[in-house]
Design a protein around this ligand. Structure first.
Ligand SMILES: [Zn+2]
Ligand SMILES: [Zn+2]
Length: 452
């Protein structure tokens, strides 16, 4: 019987109407916990008022006991008024009655809303979600309380708090609630006597394609190999192995425009430091962390980055993206087709005619065929040693001079081009060196196209 349970609770504890309703939250719908709690106390008052007025002496006595309990222990005004009207004395404790379960938190939620409102000033967003980490003391005490009273229909502190504060907050701010992918996540760390607030702004993802017109810079920030970023004599105390990178050249503009705290660069693969990225460029996604601005002028960003970095890098085709696309980059990397231009030096000279013959042989051996490529020597310290089978789709060659040639090669993503040419001491087979029977070395390499 619910009524017995409620009376039993108030014999031992004071809990507020929010928490009373909350303990029976799964019962009855289309109402709030506060109304549910109030209704329970009101029904109990009515029932006992009726028994008070009856002629049954026993019932009359129990009714007075219960009405006093409701007036004194539950601090319920309706019961207090009934007793007052009937001329029955009751005593409420002088000390303010603080809810045993929520410490009065649910009776005073305005400060959480106000603190959030201030914390969100100057931040652009459309929707939000409230989260809570209640103090374990509150949670544990409530667990014991529930098992003591065999309560099975309760809503947790956390869930009640999130819903009620969230509701108030979206109303005050005139925003939308969003449960799956909110722009803003407000987390309250709630203790009995104080609280902390943390605001998480969802990362903003922007897709684009970049060109790299200079050799010698990596795609992303590269810590000094010697000090790992701390700063040492090697790196002139910059902590960096390379002065700059594609990422670092574009980053300040994005940070500035989005008022983000940091960014992370995700490239669809990467070219070597000494390799240029030409053609339509390489897809990338820049992740802007904690952006205060979510509506970016992407055209302006593109222009700003390009103006600042003329002849170094260029970005184009900016649009909003998502984490999903970043994951797609990783899974689709091996399905891409990449076209390279390689300037190749031969150890010994050859005639143009001989080169023509070798080129035909090369086309025969490689076009629409596969090669076996063991992890190159130069990367074996950071990649697993294994043999990869890679497709070569097409190739063309040009004789520049007796020991200098140019090749345009279209291959499957992930093919090591320098090793395809040199043979990497037999680790890549077949190789250009193998076919030419002269050691060949790739002097300069450009990526011309990346196709999906
Ligand atoms: Zn309470
Ligand atoms: Zn260093």
């Amino acid at each position: 019987m619910i009524f017995d349970k409620v009376l039993q609770i108030y014999q031992n504890y004071f809990i507020c109407v929010h928490c009373l309703g909350r303990m029976f939250s799964l019962l009855g719908s289309n109402t709030t916990n506060q109304e549910r709690g109030n209704s329970l106390l009101l029904s109990l008052t009515m029932e006992n008022h009726k028994n008070f007025l009856s002629n049954n002496k026993d019932q009359h006595k129990i009714a007075i006991f219960n009405l006093k309990l409701l007036a004194e222990k539950a601090n319920f005004s309706s019961a207090q008024k009934v007793l007052l009207n009937e001329g029955i004395e009751y005593f409420t404790s002088e000390a303010h009655q603080i809810c045993y379960l929520c410490e009065g938190i649910f009776s005073d939620l305005g400060k959480y809303v106000e603190t959030s409102r201030i914390a969100l000033e100057g931040i652009q967003f459309d929707n939000l979600l409230v989260g809570t980490t209640p103090d374990s003391l509150i949670v544990n005490r409530e667990d014991i309380f529930k098992s003591e009273h065999k309560i099975l229909e309760a809503e947790s502190f956390k869930s009640h708090f999130n819903r009620v504060v969230g509701k108030k907050l979206v109303k005050v701010l005139n925003k939308e609630p969003e449960f799956n992918n909110p722009d803003i996540l407000i987390i309250f760390f709630v203790y009995a006597d104080h609280f902390d607030i943390k605001v998480n702004l969802r990362s903003l993802f922007v897709f684009g394609r970049y060109n790299k017109f200079i050799r010698g810079i990596p795609q992303t920030h590269w810590f000094c190999n010697n000090c790992k970023g701390i700063g040492c004599k090697h790196c002139n105390f910059s902590g960096k192995q390379y002065d700059t990178s594609v990422e670092e050249l574009m980053k300040p503009v994005f940070i500035n425009e989005s008022k983000a705290t940091d960014s992370k660069f995700h490239g669809a693969g990467r070219e070597d430091i000494d390799v240029r990225m030409l053609g339509d460029g390489r897809p990338f996604v820049i992740e802007l962390k904690n952006p205060k601005v979510r509506t970016l002028d992407l055209v302006r960003i593109e222009k700003k980055v390009n103006r600042k970095n003329r002849n170094k890098i260029k970005i184009q085709g900016l649009r909003y993206s998502s984490k999903k696309e970043v994951i797609k980059f990783k899974t689709e990397a091996k399905d891409t087709k990449k076209t390279y231009k390689a300037l190749v030096k031969a150890e010994t000279k050859m005639t143009k005619e001989m080169f023509g013959e070798k080129l035909n042989e090369l086309k025969f051996e490689f076009e629409n065929k596969v090669i076996n490529q063991r992890t190159p020597n130069r990367v074996s310290h950071r990649r697993a040693d294994k043999i990869r089978v890679k497709s070569i789709y097409s190739l063309t060659g040009k004789f520049i001079k007796s020991n200098l040639f140019e090749f345009v090669i279209k291959t499957q993503g992930g093919t090591y081009i320098k090793e395809l040419i040199s043979g990497d001491d037999g680790r890549t087979s077949p190789s250009f060196t193998e076919i030419f029977r002269i050691p060949l070395i790739c002097k300069k390499l450009d990526v011309l196209e990346i196709a999906y």
